[in-house]
Design a protein around this ligand. Structure first.
Ligand code: ATP
Ligand code: MG
Length: 224
């Protein structure tokens, strides 16, 4: 599902040029759930951005869901990501002028699906928000906003789901509910799940734990 070879990422101009990723090799099988751990600044979000096709590596190759990212231009990449890759971030990034239902329907409408609102409603029901369809993000709690973001990421049935500290802005109990939901939806959809976290308990719920330090993978193990 994911094949990354000798990925490097360096950003900024000298003398502020920073080597962020220093030669990452990674293979992830379809359906696997992977936790990415590591200190702040170790390159987790940067690695995810490359694997999700949001950022280009400085060198190395990425093949995700059968796509050679290096061979696609920006436009082709954007289209290819639709329906294949879902992304959930720590800050929910909902559109403030749209209701929960509209936020979830947007990716389907962009893809020209005529049943966008029917599917968006079903997905919001699946994350337990059937009673908040016409609320705007400002009228929703943090946990509810993250549920909308999860529904939006899942509604196009991605084969690959990326979550960057999805519980980072939530209290402990709400965070656990969100992770329960994410793992449940992962189980139902058979998507590959890639989750960045600082929480070792959470990481241990994944099939595999990868640890990053200073731009390198320093361990890759199956939780005890
Ligand atoms: N545009 C940029 N130019 C130079 N350096 C950058 C740029 N963007 C990020 N960095 C640096 O890259 C390093 C890795 O950042 P990244 O966001 O991937 O870390 P992270 O592991 O996700 O950390 P956190 O746990 O704090 O989210 C950081 O040291 C950061 O300062
Ligand atoms: Mg990060």
């Amino acid at each position: 599902m994911i094949e990354a070879r000798n990925l490097t990422l360096a950003l900024g101009k000298p003398p502020a040029r920073t080597e962020i990723l220093k030669g990452i090799d990674l293979s992830v099988q379809a359906g696997e759930s992977v936790a990415l751990l590591g200190p702040s600044g170790s390159g987790k979000s940067s690695l995810m951005a490359i694997l999700a096709g949001m950022e280009r590596p400085t060198s190395g190759s990425v093949r995700v869901a059968g796509l050679d990212f290096d061979r696609l231009n920006e436009n082709q990449l954007a289209i290819a990501r639709r329906g294949r890759i879902g992304i959930i971030l720590q800050a929910f990034h909902l559109l403030p002028t749209m209701t929960a239902l509209e936020n979830v329907a947007v990716p389907l409408e962009l893809a020209g699906q005529t049943d966008a609102f029917v599917r968006a409603r079903a997905e919001l029901m699946a994350v337990g928000l059937g009673h908040r369809l016409t609320h705007y993000p400002s009228q929703l709690s943090g946990g509810e906003q993250q549920r909308v973001a999860i529904a939006r990421a899942l509604v196009s049935r991605p084969t690959l789901l990326f979550a960057d500290e999805p519980t980072g802005n939530l209290d402990g109990a709400t965070g656990r509910e969100i992770m329960d939901l994410l793992f449940a939806r992962h189980g139902e959809t058979a998507a590959t799940l890639f989750v960045i976290t600082h929480d070792r308990v959470l990481a241990a719920r994944c099939d595999r734990i990868i640890e990053l330090a200073d731009g390198n993978i320093v361990s890759d193990s199956i939780p005890a």
